[in-house]
Design a protein around this ligand. Structure first.
Ligand code: FPP
Ligand code: MG
Length: 324
């Protein structure tokens, strides 16, 4: 099954999620739905897709809670992006000027807060404390990941383990919770919950590895955001960690000079890319993402073969094959 087929088997549910997103963005404070509608376009809806498939995989079939939770996950995710774009001074998101560029930092932070508040109400309406627990834990971990990243700028000596720990928290935790929610909705055993949660965590780590690689090598038009932002901001990710750890003394000096300069022009950025190609840092990062996806899929072997098992496995493949 390819990703297009996944979208087509989820079409009905995904349409309901879109309607729920629109409805729950409503407010008589018009700036909120204005920014909401602006942001709704262009997202890949990975977290809703994980919730929809995992809930069907776990036999959930008697209600619309999977739609509500999909909306909750997308709202929490969008809140983190709004806040993250303020921290990163991002200029483009989902192919359009980032909300912080159009409406300013204050509006971005506050609309993020609106989304978090709205998710709390939606979860309270479903009245499942375990779902509230896992979504709020994921939110806490995302903040921790972001704080860890914030206090390590320009640190070329950061270890690969520390980097993985950061991305596990800031990205994988919400995907992990999203997969677990499916098992909670299907009232499955805690061991199955853990299996799905581990699958989501591994897929999430792979997702961020690819995202961090894209910051060096993607086409801006395809990923809908600027490239080269991480190194400029001193955000040290795996391609650069690998390069720095494997480069010759002379190249390490050059890398240090470029990173620490804080003002990276195209010429320097291209030098870094050339070095990454020479030291195989791009392949290393991509291979690492592929290993996480392989392990994620292997971990699902306890589930019987089914349409939804194939669907969730193909989402995992899409994470490392996508070009956006
Ligand atoms: C994107 O990383 C950022 C995240 C995955 C997490 C952001 C989390 C926060 C800002 C903490 C706030 C938390 C809540 C619950 C509101 P990135 O900058 O590497 O990705 P990008 O290239 O898409 O910007
Ligand atoms: Mg960012």
């Amino acid at each position: 099954m390819d990703f297009g087929e996944v979208l087509s088997i989820l079409k009905n549910d995904l349409n309901k999620v879109e309607a729920s997103i629109k409805e729950n963005f409503q407010s008589d404070v018009m700036l909120i739905p204005t920014i909401g509608n602006y942001l709704s376009n262009g997202g890949k809806r990975i977290r809703p897709i994980l919730i929809l498939i995992s809930s069907r995989l776990c036999g959930y079939n008697n209600g619309d809670k999977h739609i509500t939770y999909s909306c909750v996950a997308e709202f929490i995710h969008t809140a983190t992006l709004l806040h993250d774009d303020v921290l990163d001074e991002a200029e483009i998101r989902r192919g359009s000027p980032a909300a912080n560029m159009r409406w300013g930092n204050e509006a971005s932070v506050l609309v993020g807060d609106f989304l978090l508040s709205r998710s709390l109400t939606m979860m309270a309406e479903v009245k499942d404390t375990r779902a509230i627990f896992y979504f709020s834990e994921a939110s806490r971990k995302m903040v921790e990941g972001e704080v860890l990243e914030m206090i390590n700028p320009f640190n070329l000596n950061i270890s690969e383990e520390k980097y993985i720990d950061i991305i596990k928290r800031k990205t994988a935790s919400l995907m992990s919770a999203s997969c677990r929610i499916g098992a909670i909705l299907g009232k499955r055993l805690s061991t199955e919950e853990d299996t799905l949660s581990n699958f989501g965590a591994k897929v999430g780590i792979a997702f961020q590895l690819v995202d961090d690689l894209f910051d060096y090598i993607a086409e801006e038009g395809k990923i809908g955001k600027e490239i080269g932002k991480d190194i400029t901001k001193g955000k040290i990710t795996l391609p650069l960690i690998h390069l720095y750890n494997n480069a010759s003394q002379k190249d390490r000096k050059l890398i240090e000079e470029i990173v620490k300069s804080g003002d990276i022009q195209d010429e320097d950025f291209n030098k870094i890319i050339d070095l990454m190609k020479r030291y195989r840092s791009i392949d290393y990062t991509m291979d690492k993402a592929r290993v996480y996806i392989k392990e994620a899929k292997e971990g699902m072997s306890s589930f019987n073969d089914s349409l939804y098992l194939n669907a969730i496995l193909s989402v995992a493949d899409y994470i490392v094959e996508r070009d956006m």
